[in-house]
Design a protein around this ligand. Structure first.
Ligand code: GLC
Length: 551
């Protein structure tokens, strides 16, 4: 049995991974063709973002049919082959369950709109407050009101995301039974893991105006959430002890995560939280330009590491996914220190307590898209906010500057496989432009270079398997007030591990608060680092080290 505490997960966004049939969209056969590459990295699981039938308004997070593969991605036979081929390589599949909402094209919603009372209760329909006013002032996470008026009904339906993503009503038991069925269906196909999309938003509380915010306090970590997750667990994936689950927790609290991912709480194996990825926001406002706050980043990471450990709960640890800009562009340094900073950031995550997730392309240091024209963008959230920012009075140029930093499309440009046309992603016309730097940054080049970012990730993955301390050790923050160094210690059965990372270009003398005598360097991002380090170390630009002492 694979122990998820020793595992590493690789995330695939199939649309942008590899196209096997020349239509410019990635597909399941494309993934099959790259399994050897993924195996080479050494990971245990592949998390695939949704490939179910969908109108693709939100790239598959708008599901029209949970039981069928969208023909654009392939067939059920392709999927079964993928499970089999992955299994042959010791890799398990984790699927993405989008259960907070469906697509407005889902049969349930169509029936609801046609007036079928049973299916109306699958969703959240409410009367408006007064003529022309929505039931509450809640905002959609993609911009605008979270309510859409249906003239024929004289009612509104709730959509926390796009208007084409109506929220399901989890307070209706029939809905919960339907969703359990979906999980059991995929379990029978041999799926060994599930990621639950924005799952802490499914239990809605009071429907009231939010005087201070956008409404999230009424539905985030809502009143029945723990009960619903325990039920889902007991009725579906909990029946197979080998299944690993991760919940995507939007704007959650540490206290709730103790329960979501507590060892004995019977909910989920682990959680994604996002507070550390808001250190370049203004509060919850993403569409602004604010420099990343390093001290805040450290504090959040450390609080979650220590807090979850104290309560015997488990984190998913990560920088990147399909909703985030590329980390090397965000907290690292493109250009001169591209390689050093990408490796340094990887070290931070892979030395931590939790299950690391690597998002496609992160392992080769892919960078932000650099799009400068709205016609290059595809993401519904980015397109909405480009308009909203200008409605608020920003110039087009300022709106572009913000999109270039925060757009989700930064993480969605095609995987850069080699120096051929379109980076080897497709020989058709790619659905979204390939990053112009694919000739310099690509997997083929890095596979052939022992010093590459890819090879470094590979070492990090294998260290977790080799050293129990990385998987099971306790966590302790070091030198918390240091304004440029992030450091921590792990301990396990008398062994000690120190991870130290210089987040900046400036060289630093670093004195480890616990002393470094007797430690040896297991891995570092500068080749010439001597194995023995003394009490003090000079950290070069973006230098990172993992130091280890047996007893
Ligand atoms: C999650 C997904 C994101 C999607 C949203 C709505 O945050 O990761 O891509 O747009 O949920 O389903």
């Amino acid at each position: 049995m694979t122990d998820f505490k020793k595992s590493v997960v690789y995330q695939i966004y199939p649309k942008s991974f590899c196209d096997s049939n020349h239509d410019g969209l990635g597909d399941l056969q494309g993934v099959i063709g790259k399994l050897d590459y993924i195996k080479e990295l050494g990971v245990d699981y592949i998390w695939m973002t949704p490939f179910f039938v969908s109108p693709q308004n939100d790239n598959g997070y708008d599901v029209e049919d949970y039981y069928h593969i969208d023909p654009r991605y392939g067939t059920m036979e392709d999927f079964e082959r993928l499970v089999h081929e992955a299994d042959q390589r010791g890799i398990r599949l984790m699927l993405d369950m989008v259960f907070n909402h469906t697509s407005s094209r889902h049969e349930w919603f169509r029936k609801a709109l046609a007036g079928d009372e049973k299916y109306k209760k699958y969703y959240i329909f409410k009367k408006g407050k007064e003529q022309g006013k929505a039931p509450t002032n809640w905002e959609s996470k993609f911009g605008g009101s979270a309510w859409e008026y249906v003239p024929g009904m004289d009612e509104y339906y709730l959509h926390l995301f796009d208007v084409s993503q109506p929220d399901l009503n989890w307070d209706n038991e029939e809905v919960r039974l339907e969703l359990q069925k979906v999980i059991r269906f995929w379990m029978e196909k041999g799926v060994k893991g599930f990621r639950f999309d924005v799952v802490n938003l499914v239990s809605k509380g009071e429907f009231a105006d939010d005087e201070e915010g956008d409404g999230r306090k009424f539905y985030t970590d809502g009143p029945n959430i723990h009960r619903y997750l325990k039920e889902l667990n007991a009725q579906s994936f909990g029946k197979d002890a080998e299944i690993v689950t991760v919940g995507e927790m939007s704007s959650t609290s540490l206290e709730n995560c103790f329960q979501y991912a507590g060892e004995d709480s019977g909910e989920l194996s682990m959680v994604f939280s996002f507070h550390h990825l808001k250190v370049d926001f203004m509060g919850n406002e993403k569409w602004v330009l604010v420099p990343a706050d390093f001290m805040k980043l450290k504090k959040i990471l450390f609080d979650w590491q220590a807090g979850m450990e104290k309560h015997n709960a488990w984190n998913a640890v990560f920088w990147c996914n399909h909703d985030q800009p590329r980390v090397v562009s965000r907290f690292g340094r493109e250009g001169k220190y591209w390689k050093e900073s990408a490796k340094m950031l990887a070290t931070v995550i892979h030395g931590m307590r939790g299950t690391p997730y690597i998002y496609q392309g992160e392992e080769i240091g892919m960078t932000n898209a650099g799009f400068h024209d709205i016609s290059q963008y595809r993401d519904v959230e980015s397109l909405n906010h480009f308009r909203i920012l200008q409605e608020k009075g920003l110039t087009q140029e300022d709106a572009y500057r913000i999109l270039q930093v925060h757009s989700r499309d930064n993480g969605r440009t095609p995987m850069q496989w080699n120096a051929d046309k379109n980076g080897g992603f497709t020989d058709g016309g790619p659905w979204i432009e390939v990053n112009g730097n694919y000739k310099d940054i690509n997997a083929a080049q890095q596979m052939g270079d022992e010093d590459s970012i890819f090879r470094y990730y590979q070492k990090l993955v294998s260290l977790r398997k080799e050293y129990d301390i990385i998987a099971y050790g306790s966590f302790q923050a070091l030198d918390e007030r240091n304004p440029s160094v992030l450091a921590y210690m792990r301990e396990y059965e008398g062994q000690k591990l120190v991870v130290v990372c210089n987040f900046y270009e400036k060289e630093r003398n670093w004195k480890c608060p616990v002393g470094l005598w007797g430690y040896r360097c297991l891995l570092g991002n500068y080749k010439d680092r001597k194995m023995e380090v003394g009490e003090e170390a000079t950290l070069r630009p973006y230098e990172a080290m993992i130091l280890y002492k047996e007893r």
